[in-house]
Write a protein that binds this ligand. Structure first.
Ligand SMILES: Nc1ncnc2c1ncn2[C@@H]1O[C@H](COP(=O)(O)OP(=O)(O)OP(=O)(O)O)[C@@H](O)[C@H]1O
Ligand SMILES: [K+]
Length: 345
């Protein structure tokens, strides 16, 4: 049976070492803890969608190495089709190597590796699954031209396209706006949290195994945002509305700006008056990966509950993402359908 939600995107292995201080150039120091986690925006979003019950397929590329093998196992454990997960001998599985000291400072090296080898040929091979999907979801952690091509293939078959422009590119190809049915970006870092507070929350929960990819994005400044796309810093709802209008003018049909604890702002050509869809009040322990939880949930609702209003889909996706912020880590914090209030389904 065809997958209803198809994600074309990244897989990253997070390699995290905790030390008391950061090493100087040429120095060797001892760390006190090491852990490995599963990350990458494409995989994260696909995992959240699958955990809500969506039939999913991830189109991605990992290395022909132990990290790649482990990642394929992780996807299978989440009931995701790996029919179009390529393994290449030409690059290693994408990694984020992160060293964090006890003050929360870090050094990070991201090697996208195999993610950047996902190519047009791979999409062609998967064209049947892309064209039969209900929703195709893309981000920017693979070669942007490949994401754009996937959106075009989906659009040509009348498949709904959900695009999450993360991490942000200042010079995003304008075709991304016109080929996105739903363009879902976050605000730029607001006052509701900082990378360091986000990180400290995560470290307090040392049991977490896979927060690092998200952390890496916060800390290396590649965290995408409405601000990077439009030049407008989003500090409040009005700013978010301005950003939404600007993105609509660039050709998007519907724009969602996620606002952390404040939920989301949505605006569309059909409903040009911006609408705030608040999230419920929860005690957040680690917001890492919330954006991917939201996008994965939205893809699920678009595919399985197409008759719901967009506002209702966003409200439900807010509920799912707000559960993820109450647990440490990224994929490890994503809820399963059985653990959620059944009125979400
Ligand atoms: N503190 C919070 N309380 C409740 N819900 C939250 C909170 N933080 C995030 N969320 C939910 O998660 C969604 C996405 O959050 P956010 O806007 O922070 O995305 P993001 O910046 O892409 O996150 P990240 O980069 O950490 O994955 C929000 O729209 C909301 O539904
Ligand atoms: K989390």
């Amino acid at each position: 049976m065809a997958a209803e939600v198809v994600v074309v995107g990244s897989c990253m292995t997070d390699l995290v070492s905790l030390t008391t201080r950061l090493p100087k150039a040429g120095e060797t120091i001892l760390g006190h803890k090491f852990f490995v986690g599963f990350g990458g925006k494409g995989a994260n979003q696909c995992v959240q969608s699958a955990r809500l019950g969506a039939k999913t397929s991830l189109i991605c590329k990992v290395g022909n190495d132990s990290f790649g093998n482990d990642y394929v196992d992780n996807l299978k454990k989440n009931s995701i089709s790996t029919a179009f997960v390529g393994q290449t001998a030409d690059a290693a599985t994408g990694t984020a190597s992160i060293i964090v000291n006890s003050e929360g400072q870090n050094v990070i090296v991201i090697v996208p590796g195999a993610n950047l080898l996902l190519n047009f040929e791979d999409l062609k091979r998967a064209s049947d699954v892309i064209c039969k999907a209900k929703v195709v979801v893309c981000q920017l952690e693979i070669t942007p031209a490949v994401s754009l091509e996937a959106l075009k293939m989906a659009r040509a078959s009348g498949v709904k396209t959900l695009f999450n422009p993360a991490p942000a590119l200042a010079d995003l190809d304008p075709q991304f706006y016109t080929y996105s049915d739903i363009f879902c970006c976050n605000e730029t870092e607001g006052t509701h949290r900082t990378p360091v507070s986000c990180f400290l929350n995560a470290v307090r929960k040392l049991l977490c195994l896979d927060y690092a990819s998200g952390l890496a994005k916060w800390c290396n400044g590649s965290h995408f945002g409405a601000e990077i796309l439009t030049g407008i810093p989003v500090g409040n709802l009005e700013d978010a509305e301005k950003v939404g209008r600007m993105l609509l003018e660039r050709g998007c049909k519907l724009v969602i700006v996620t606002l952390g604890a404040e939920g989301c702002m949505m605006i569309s050509g059909d409903e040009p008056i911006p609408k705030h869809v608040p999230a419920g009040k929860v005690r957040a322990v680690d917001t890492t990966g919330a954006g991917d939880s939201f996008v994965g949930a939205l893809a699920f609702y678009l595919a399985y509950y197409p008759k719901l209003s967009m506002e209702e889909m966003i409200r439900k996706s807010n509920c799912v993402a707000s559960v993820s912020v109450q647990a440490p880590g990224t994929q490890s914090s994503y809820p399963y359908r059985k653990d959620l209030p059944q009125d979400l389904f």
